[in-house]
Write a protein that binds this ligand. Structure first.
Ligand SMILES: Nc1nc2c(ncn2[C@@H]2O[C@H](COP(=O)(O)OP(=O)(O)OP(=O)(O)O)[C@@H](O)[C@H]2O)c(=O)[nH]1
Length: 230
């Protein structure tokens, strides 16, 4: 059984709990306790595969609240970043959160962007392959969600602005209304979970592959390559 861990991030009142509760229960409940971190569990079946879903819904994260962000960034396999389309500040917060996720996840691959000089073409090629692999490893699946679409008469963030921000951050984008609709929210979670499972499989395959490669290396080092006797 797969375990998938997601975290919901976004500024206060953006509708994180509403979006999550809509997905988990299909219902919209007007008010939610917002003074405590919550961890939700659900068993799901996606594409015939059973999985244990855990979703972390922390207390609100503002621009400066990096310390709150750090914990879910290490823990989660994927993120839902929520803003309120009728609140520009929540969009600015979402922008900062996306940047923080990217920074936290790419800390490990610092220096991977510039190709080394004075090396052969094949060394350069393998460098770029490694850099690409590192990029895939750290590009954790994220979905940017513009919530409260039913308040479009009070819109402060254009749909196009949300889409552009998502493109810049290589993530999926969806406008939804937790108050009015279930289907868009169900689709976005399903898509994100699929992406997470692919990402986890990719990482596990890579680890297995590099593990077996180093095992082969170890055996070669220990016994050396046998020469055929003549
Ligand atoms: N009109 C409208 N109101 C919504 C929608 N989603 C949430 N709300 C309302 O927005 C308010 C905040 O929703 P929450 O889900 O508590 O927001 P949150 O991001 O979890 O807030 P914190 O827990 O304080 O961080 C509540 O009064 C909700 O009823 C929506 O799609 N449309």
């Amino acid at each position: 059984m797969n375990d998938v861990k997601l975290a919901l991030l976004g500024s206060q009142g953006a509708g994180k709990s509403a979006v999550l509760v809509r997905f988990l229960t299909r219902r919209f409940i007007g008010e939610y306790a917002s003074n405590a971190n919550s961890l939700y569990h659900k068993r799901l079946s996606i594409d015939g595969r059973q999985l244990n879903l855990e979703v972390f819904d922390p207390c609100s994260q503002g621009t400066e609240a990096r310390c709150i962000l750090e914990e879910p960034v290490d823990w989660a396999d994927g993120f839902v970043v929520v803003y309120n389309i009728s609140d520009l500040n929540s969009f600015i917060d979402a922008k900062n959160i996306l940047r923080q996720i990217r920074e936290a996840r790419t800390d490990n691959c610092k220096g991977a962007e510039t190709a080394p000089q004075n090396v052969t073409v094949s060394e350069k090629r393998s460098f770029f392959i490694t850099a690409e692999t590192v990029k895939r490893e750290v590009e954790v699946p994220v979905c940017l969600v513009g919530n409260k679409q039913d308040l479009c008469h009070a819109r402060q963030v254009l749909e196009e602005e949300g889409r552009c921000l998502a493109q810049e951050n290589h993530c999926h984008f969806q406008e939804v209304s937790a108050a009015e609709s279930y289907q868009d929210i169900a689709n976005l979670f399903t898509q994100l979970i699929r992406q997470v499972m692919e990402h986890l499989k990719y990482r596990a395959d890579r680890r297995r592959y590099s593990g077996s490669k180093s095992m082969a290396k170890l055996i070669n080092n220990m016994f050396g390559k046998r020469r055929k006797s003549v």
